[in-house]
Design a protein around this ligand. Structure first.
Ligand code: GP9
Ligand code: MN
Length: 427
């Protein structure tokens, strides 16, 4: 009910951190590319196999003088996997403790999502994905989020060897998306969701030109091969942005949506990390994914703040000069100075600059060693745990109770789903 919303608003008012004013509007009016790197983990950045970089193009982008790269950024997905990542990035709401919020609530709930907000600021908004539109209920959910366009599999030329796993191979997908990008009225917000680097990491041998790892785990060893392929596809796309001059008037945002190698492969993970064995601390750190923001007028560098997918929306809206201090969102601008830096995982565990809490164990973030907490530390950990549990449950309440239907966001007009149709009609 509307009164439930009051407890959410009260909590956010009390705990909200203001965005970093020095970045406010720095990228205002620019095009935005959000490139979703499927199952791509942070450990792959600058990682080598047999002395060869797995992802030379992404490494170059990561270290580029105009890229702000985050090296303590975590995926926070639950069972909703990709769909949880999308929900967090464009709504700053957590996925659910079980299932996928997009699937269960994407059609009927009211959202105040980034695409709708940007659309009302004059942006064209488009999502691109080489899978069928119904996967994760995207076709219905994107209408709730206010996407004007959704280019999914029927918009792309299909041939038997064009797809692998969940959809079009990334090189074909990104190349053919360019035809639609060219036609988008600017400024646009374009999200491109890759898919080839997806479990179990299959790829036709013509496209494999990188050595597999030798952990002996056959569902882990090809991971670097599809990651390398994704990197090549990304490199080709960046060349396209350079060639067309789009890189000059666009902000390019990259993120990994969630882990590729699950915690069930501890032995292989230890091997990849060149360790004898991995603890729960190592597995928590293994949840890091890349988050990078590049723009020609940005001073780049590695930003060590602890954050996650829930923080992306306030970060990007601030850069685009869109005030969102009244939005119902659980994230904090990653560029803000006084951030809490306690990163909630969907299962209630968390990471922070001081402590990593996994199950009943608390580790020192610095050393990775399990701690026996003194009274002061116990109090600190309890405070963090309370913040994590509260935020997750308030976010769940917003979704389960569809509370945004009661919320009048100043300056925002509720999306009307009937306005959108994503059906492909051949020209
Ligand atoms: C499906 C693709 C993969 O379209 O986004 O989804 P995931 O399995 O990673 O959630
Ligand atoms: Mn995914």
């Amino acid at each position: 009910s509307a009164s439930d919303l009051n407890s959410v608003i009260k909590y956010l008012k009390k705990n909200r951190v203001s965005p970093n004013i020095s970045y406010y509007g720095k990228e205002k009016g620019k095009n935005v590319f959000v490139i979703h790197l499927e199952s791509f983990q942070q450990f792959l950045i600058d990682y080598k196999v047999d002395g060869k970089q797995v992802t030379p193009n992404l490494n170059k982008f990561y270290h580029n003088q105009h890229t702000i790269s985050f090296d303590n950024f975590y995926n926070q997905v639950g069972q909703g996997k990709t769909s949880d990542a999308e929900l967090m990035l464009e709504n700053s709401l957590y996925g659910l403790p079980t299932g996928s919020a997009m699937t269960t609530y994407g059609t009927q709930n009211t959202f105040q999502a980034a695409p709708a907000i940007l659309d009302q600021k004059g942006y064209t908004t488009a999502a691109f994905h080489g899978d069928v539109p119904s996967f994760w209920n995207r076709d219905n959910t994107y209408k709730s989020w206010g996407y004007q366009y959704f280019f999914s599999s029927s918009y792309y030329k299909q041939k038997s060897d064009y797809s692998v796993g969940y959809g079009l191979k990334d090189k074909i997908f990104l190349k053919d998306s360019a035809d639609y990008i060219q036609k988008l009225p600017q400024p646009f917000y374009a999200k491109l969701i890759t898919v080839t680097n997806h479990y179990p990491y299959e790829l036709d041998k013509e496209n494999v030109d990188f050595p597999a790892t030798k952990t002996g785990d056959k569902t882990v060893d090809p991971y670097v091969q599809t990651a390398h392929y994704l990197d090549e596809a990304f490199g080709e796309f960046m060349a396209y942005l350079q060639k067309t001059g789009l890189s000059k008037n666009s902000m390019v945002v990259l993120y990994g949506d969630h882990y590729g190698i699950s915690n069930n492969h501890r032995t292989a993970i230890a091997d990849l990390l060149h360790k004898d064995k991995v603890t729960s601390y190592d597995l928590a750190q293994f949840q890091k994914v890349p988050f990078m923001i590049n723009a020609s007028n940005l001073k780049g560098g590695i930003n060590h703040t602890y954050g996650g997918e829930i923080d992306v929306m306030p970060t990007l809206l601030n850069l685009l000069g869109v005030k969102d201090n009244k939005s119902i969102q659980f994230g904090e601008d990653l560029l803000a100075k006084n951030r809490s830096q306690t990163v909630a995982f969907r299962d209630g565990d968390f990471v922070s600059p001081t402590y990593v809490k996994v199950g009943g164990t608390v580790y020192s973030t610095k050393t990775g060693e399990p701690l026996t907490l003194n009274a002061k530390q116990k109090k600190q950990v309890a405070k963090m745990q309370n913040q994590v549990t509260t935020e997750l449950s308030l976010s769940d309440r917003v979704i389960y109770g569809d509370l945004l239907r009661f919320y009048k966001l100043p300056g925002f007009t509720k999306t009307d789903k009937k306005e959108y149709s994503y059906k492909y009609t051949s020209a």
